[in-house]
Design a protein around this ligand. Sequence first.
Ligand code: NDP
Length: 456
Amino acid sequence: MTPYDFDLFVVGAGSGGVRAARMAAAAGVRVGIAEQDRVGGTCVNLGCIPKKLYVYAAEYAATPENSAPFGWRMEARGFDWPTLRDGAANFIAAANKRMETMLEKAGVRLLRGRATLAGAHQVAVDGQRYTARNILLATGSQPALPAFPGREYLLTSDQMFGLQQLPNHLLVIGGGYIASEFAGIFHRFGVKVTQIYRGELFLRGFDREMRQFIAAHMRRQGIDLRFNTDVDKVVKNADDSFTVLLNNGETLTTSLVLAATGRRPRIRDLGLEMLGVELTPGGAVAVDGNYRSSIPSVYALGDAIDRLQLTPVALAQAMALVGHLYRDEQVTVDYDLVPTAVFSSPPLACVGLSEERARERYPQVDVFTTEFRALQQGLGDGPERMLLKLVVDGDSRRVIGAHMVGDGAAETIQGIAVALKAGATKAVFDQTVGIHPTNAEEFVTMRSVTRRHGNG
Ligand code: NDP
């Protein structure tokens, strides 16, 4: 019999924490989990799930126009924001309940309240102390705000899900996932959107050609996308609007300013300093390959550590950790081939290396691209096109990157990711029979090299 109240105490019931708690309980150990807010964490409550519901809502905006050449006569009678906002909130409340029930059924004890570390084997939840053989920090992340005068007026994505009413104009600061997704969503809701990004081209880290393609599409849709632009100052006006001074000397007036400028680990005031838990230079919990911190009984995963801030990554880490601690398994999470999607408008999805990154790593790189108008748009005259790309190692012929911009990109790339994970060569793609007519079949019908880098 263990001298501790729990074998594992998880701080934070988000995606990673809940998965770790459930899997550990299933492995037969006694698990407690503390949550100060709603069960489900960022993904369920203020991230992936409500965001994706909003993306679907945004996509419906194009239905009357897109279906007209197919014979439909639909009248768009406007967009009712409260219907979406409240519908999504109800959906999430039900998801919270389901997750609580799941924890209960798994035999995990859910403790409501704010947990802090009180020792290497001790946690305090709102003053009540519990002991645990191991403690897992799964506290997630929170928005990081830029520092300039008027930053107190900035909204983060957290607040965007509860707006009383839609703004007339939205200024989005940032060029990453959240900024690009929210710019597209709110534009389609009928809000005038300006997105500003401090660098020369947004979505840094993704394939350059894809980034340019998305930028062109967003601009064509009417999103005011400005690069090499940053904010110097935000001033609140008497009518509750904001005047934003930009670093190029321009000013603009807007109803709301959303800062989507990254997220940092939520680890303040947790008692980590007191315990001497080491942090990385970026302010995340430093962990080894088994998610163990500098204190041997304290582990951390998900957004609290400095790997990829993605829900499926946190889930994979949770499974790996529980496998290591309670199942005698040694599973490592492979960060190289993590597929990802930006649900921008149009969406982008990819797995593996961008063309630029591939050129840095491989002496010879073959690139196959295809750009076309989807059949679904075939009867209309809209400008929407799709762009698909395969990046191939010229020596081994392995496909080392797959990229797609256009409807269904995320659904398609999820399947392609399996092929890359299995080490498929370009010949395997070529030998795979397509499903006709689809957009995804283009991935197996690209025969001519678009560009060849290297000396081959
Ligand atoms: P990102 O890291 O994706 O993007 C942050 C953006 O803000 C970058 O363009 C960055 O510029 C810019 N930025 C950072 N600091 C400043 C500053 N001080 N002033 C001006 N601009 C600044 O973060 P997000 O906030 O968009 O999202 C957080 C994380 O959440 C993502 O990294 C992702 O892992 C996850 N996420 C995933 C989603 C998905 O899977 N679809 C959706 C939403 C979020 P620069 O490029 O120059 O650094």
